[in-house]
Unconditional design. Structure first.
Lengths: 226, 467
């Protein structure tokens, strides 16, 4: 995966380039809005990480210019402004995801990977399969090894989101945002409790667990047998 | 600036001067008009009597010749009054009349003439001015008839001097009135300015003096006082926030610092370093979390999030939040009861959700009662929505230990946690945020006794008040 980081803080950019390199991605940095825009248009990147406040051309205007040239590279906006209305503004300007500073690299990585994969996404599939687990998005049925599992509506959406991004780490915040549509911090580890409930329905009694906890990052649905 | 100079610069005084000028000008114009017309009227009266008399005398001459005319003139001359008469021969010698010989050339002038004269019987008398006319009789005799103008001029001068005096009095009184009015205004404005200066100097509790008359200055002072009240409250809030930030961020930062130092000093193996680093990250996340909560409260209180107002049913918010926390409650051994009656309202859905989530989170954290108190029954938390009076009421009730009445107000303040040991996670900002959200919507957060336990109630209006 090739990532372009448009960020004027050299130290932050270097840190990200190194961190992406460690997990096997290629990242480059552009230090201002103009440079970032021209490289985003020509470079063939999978994901752009754009800071909101940039010299020469601010992040939102950069995204606007990019979209005006029908470039649909997924964009993740990084910003020190973390409030709900700033987020809405960023997404409205054409951003695909929004992350407030300071952030954990695991959170950023999970979101960037989801964005990159989304381009060749599986959203059009009607049945998701991971191992012997099956989720039918139309009939809202879930079965594992042929045995039907009964889920609450929210549990269904939780599993749907996890299976849509099967093999990818999703963070607690991503789940809260995408499954519950909440953008605040619920303080208590509510997501963990929901996940342990879901896990008891999906994995209990099966020798091969599919729902895994990734320490310090989040969760992943993966068929580890393969 | 001298006191007098300051007085002259007041708006009230300048207005007075302007009005005074206009009034004085009008009065002067009126006076000139009256005086001029009066003079003209008197002059007209004189000319018409003189004309009539000349007519009468000419008649006498026509009937009885010069002898009769002279006789009549002598007779009339003896009567006291302001009339003057003179009859001269064709050669210009005076024949009869009550004045001495007129100025040369007068007798040949046609029409009305204003001429000085001197009464013949009083030689020492001063020269007076008369309005007269000369009539040439058949036979060359000239007849001069006139009236003294002293009376007319006296009346005229009385009118004009009265006018001048009254204008002078008006000006003096006007300026005095202006000084009086502007001094009255000035003292009040000065009092306000002085208070404003003490307030600017840092004494935010100062208030402008408000009179009893309820005039525009009082209304201004009242409004400014309300403004000051608000500013003081905001400043107080700001001070509290910075104090609390200093306190509640410094504490974990110090902890962070100490942990790093300790790791440097004592850690030997990679595992020890790793665990120290992980703890450091967890600690810094906690600080960021606190910081975000503080920022959100500050923004909510300043009204900065007012734009994102939508119409929604608070019952949906109640159901969603309950659904989010239901497993957590169950894990804590609590039953969650939801009573969501339709409650349409307008507001910031995200913030209302968060406020409710905070209340529920608190209830779950602190409400679990001791086993023996429940006698085996499952403790319950109730979350409800419904319409109440003119607004919406959202409530979270538990039957845990509750909060002593004396602490209820305090616990809404920032960073207040009654549990001294701080073993439960949380920033101590949950209730503050809920309260700030309530205020943003023009509502209120109240904590009440639930006998046993605590009921937290969010009373919100259906739509946000305009201010």
């Amino acid at each position: 995966m090739r990532v372009l980081i448009i960020e004027d803080d050299r130290a932050a950019a270097d840190y990200l380039i190194k961190a992406f390199g460690e997990v096997g991605h290629v990242a480059e940095a552009a230090a201002d809005g103009e440079d970032g825009l021209s490289r985003a248009l020509t470079g063939g990147f999978d994901v752009l990480i754009v800071d909101r406040m940039l010299p020469k051309r601010d992040g939102l205007s950069l995204i606007g210019a990019l979209r005006a040239k029908s470039n649909n590279t997924p964009v993740l906006i990084l910003s020190a402004l973390g409030q709900v209305d700033d987020r809405v503004k960023g997404l409205r300007a054409g951003g695909d995801d929004y992350l407030a500073k300071p952030y954990a690299f695991s959170e950023l990585l999970a979101r960037v990977e989801v964005l990159a994969r989304r381009r060749h996404g599986r959203s059009e599939e009607t049945v998701y399969r991971v191992g012997d687990l099956e989720l039918d998005r139309l009939s809202h049925r879930v079965a594992r090894g042929g045995t039907e599992i009964s889920l609450q509506p929210r549990e269904f959406r939780l599993l749907e989101y996890l299976m849509k991004h099967a093999g990818q780490v999703v963070t607690r915040t991503m789940l809260l945002e995408n499954v519950w549509d909440y953008h605040f911090d619920p303080q208590t580890n509510v997501i963990d409790v929901h996940m342990s409930r879901l896990r008891s329905k999906i994995d209990k009694g099966f020798p091969q667990p599919l729902l895994h906890t990734v320490r310090g990052a989040g969760y992943v649905v993966r068929d580890s047998a393969r | 600036m001298t006191a007098l100079g300051k007085l002259f610069r007041t708006t009230a005084f300048r207005l007075t001067l302007a009005y005074l000028f206009v009034f004085a000008l009008c009065a002067a114009l009126l006076l000139v008009y009256v005086a001029f017309n009066m003079r003209r009227l008197i002059t007209e009266q004189i000319t018409s009597t003189v004309d009539a008399e000349i007519g009468g005398l000419a008649e006498q001459y026509n009937q009885g010749g010069i002898r009769r005319l002279v006789f009549v003139i002598e007779q009339r001359s003896r009567r006291p009054g302001s009339s003057i008469y003179l009859v001269t021969s064709p050669t210009g010698d005076s024949i009869a009349g009550n004045i001495g010989s007129p100025a040369p050339g007068i007798l040949d002038r046609p029409g009305w003439i204003e001429t000085p004269y001197r009464r013949s019987e009083e030689k020492e008398a001063a020269e007076n001015i008369a309005l007269a006319r000369v009539f040439i009789l058949p036979g060359g005799f000239r007849l001069l008839v006139g009236r003294d103008l002293e009376e007319r001029d006296r009346v005229y001068s009385i009118v004009t001097s009265a006018g001048r005096w009254s204008i002078a009095v008006v000006v003096v009184l006007g300026i005095a009135g202006g000084v009086f009015v502007s001094r009255r205004v000035l003292t009040r404005i000065d009092a306000m300015t002085q208070t404003a200066q003490t307030i600017m100097a840092g004494n935010l509790s100062g208030r402008l003096p408000v009179g009893k008359s309820g005039d525009e200055l009082d209304r201004l002072a009242l409004n400014l006082n309300d403004m000051l009240e608000r500013i003081e409250a905001l400043m107080q809030g700001l001070k509290e926030v910075s104090d609390n930030v200093a306190h509640d961020l410094k504490t974990p930062l110090t902890r962070l610092h100490n942990r790093c130092e300790e790791a440097l000093r004592t850690a030997k193996t990679e595992t020890e370093f790793r665990s120290a680093l992980e703890e450091t990250i967890a600690e810094s996340d906690e600080i960021i979390r606190t910081f975000n909560a503080l920022l959100l409260i500050a923004r909510t209180e300043s009204g900065g999030v007012r734009d994102n107002m939508t119409e929604f049913d608070a019952a949906d918010v109640v159901r969603d939040v309950a659904e989010l926390y239901e497993p957590v409650a169950e894990e804590a051994g609590l039953a969650l009861k939801v009573e969501a009656a339709p409650s349409p309202m307008k507001g910031n859905r995200e913030l209302v959700s968060q406020a409710l989530a905070n209340l529920l989170d608190n209830a779950i954290k602190y409400a679990a009662p001791s086993e023996e108190a429940m006698n085996g029954a499952i403790p319950e938390i109730a979350i409800a929505s419904g319409e109440r009076d003119h607004g919406i009421r959202l409530s979270v009730s538990d039957n845990g230990p509750g909060i002593p009445e004396t602490d209820r107000e305090r616990v809404i303040g920032r960073f207040v946690r009654l549990e001294q040991s701080r073993t439960k996670p949380g920033s101590g900002l949950g209730l503050s945020l809920a309260s700030a959200v309530a205020r943003l919507h023009g509502g209120k957060l109240t904590l009440e006794e639930n006998a046993p336990g605590l009921r937290a109630t969010l009373d919100l209006p259906r739509s946000i008040p305009a201010t």
